[in-house]
Design a protein around this ligand. Sequence first.
Ligand code: ASP
Ligand code: MG
Length: 419
Amino acid sequence: MRVFKFGGASVKDADGIKNVYDVLQKVGYEDVILVVSAMGKTTNALEVVIKNYFDKSAELNSSVQEIKKYHNQILLDLFDDENHAVFGAVNAQFEELEYFLAHNKSPNYNFVYDQVVSFGELISTNILSHYMNFRGIQTQWLDVRNFIKTDATYRDAEVDWEATQQLISKNVPRKILNITQGFLGADENNFTTTLGREGSDYTAGIFAYCLNAESVTIWKDVPGVMNADPRYFENASLLNQISYREAIELAFYGATVIHPKTLQPLQKKEIPLYVKSFINPLLKGTCVSKGVDLEPQYPCFIVKREQLLISLSSIDFSFIMEENISEIFGLFHEFKIKVNLIQNSAISFSVCVEDKFGNFNELNAILSKKFKVEYSENVTLYTIRHFTEQAAETVEKNKEVLLKQVSRETMQIVTKELN
Ligand code: ASP
Ligand code: MG
């Protein structure tokens, strides 16, 4: 079996969905399972609904209506006959969502989040399945909650591999095009859970693992995995092949092409992962598999913006030792500040961090009692895997280099733009 994953961007409008049909025509759809995300930015829009719900905002109803309108327009563009059963079917899903919002009694934010946000995937797969049938491709719509079993950690559920393995290998039909939801699962009590934002890739990995699939393909609006983000680098090029290990490294440093959790189940069974263009589905794209680290051997660039470079030094010239370091890390953890790079010398300690939740000022007040704290805001962290002199020069050009760290395969450079 082959597992195909189509993300939100690939099904953001009627043309996108028609294109899924074209892709399937070109690459075949027998013995395939499609894992599909919510359409376009629907998950974000549902997060607004959840916020309105908890804020008891007057906007609650209109935020739901907006999502309804968006899907309805897609239906109108896809099906010329307004009496087609899909209109009623999607409407019933929205009624179910509205019923939940009107009757729910649980004050648990994460629980409510999962029950609400899951409608994005349930609706998108419903539409897709109807559309494929309409175009003559027989499909089987699967409710993923009958297959992926998880614990009850809402918004970040842990997969129960044993139960999931059994259900998938027993109950997924073969020889037909299966369509199911990414991102979702169900707990023991059959409440909906989710696997964390952008979790649909992971869903594809779970199915592939349990089905001993021949491959997974993630269909994207880019030709495959590039050695740099084309938005920031002029000469970004396609990588033909990367190893699981390299892909995990790239994800670790912040490359966002492949969700890191996805790779673990695939690596275990050596199932290749292809990243391909849904615009040119017959092109080779990138293959992530066992074997050569990287082909071609280009340096790979990963950029993290809006970082904070903090230097701590001891006030009395004493050494910064294990106990200080563990205390400092404890504080970063407590204040939800993510550390992306560390460098230390005898009396100073530098970290490049991401302060996503704006907690640094509060933390700084605590740190300043014990250390001399210096920091630069709004710096950029570049990571170059398989660096070369020339690659480093490209990064450093026209910038002030604040810190540089080199290991065998990886160079990290913290810079400040010169204006
Ligand atoms: N729709 C979910 C999200 O946007 C899952 C995914 O797209 O992978 O996070
Ligand atoms: Mg999405």
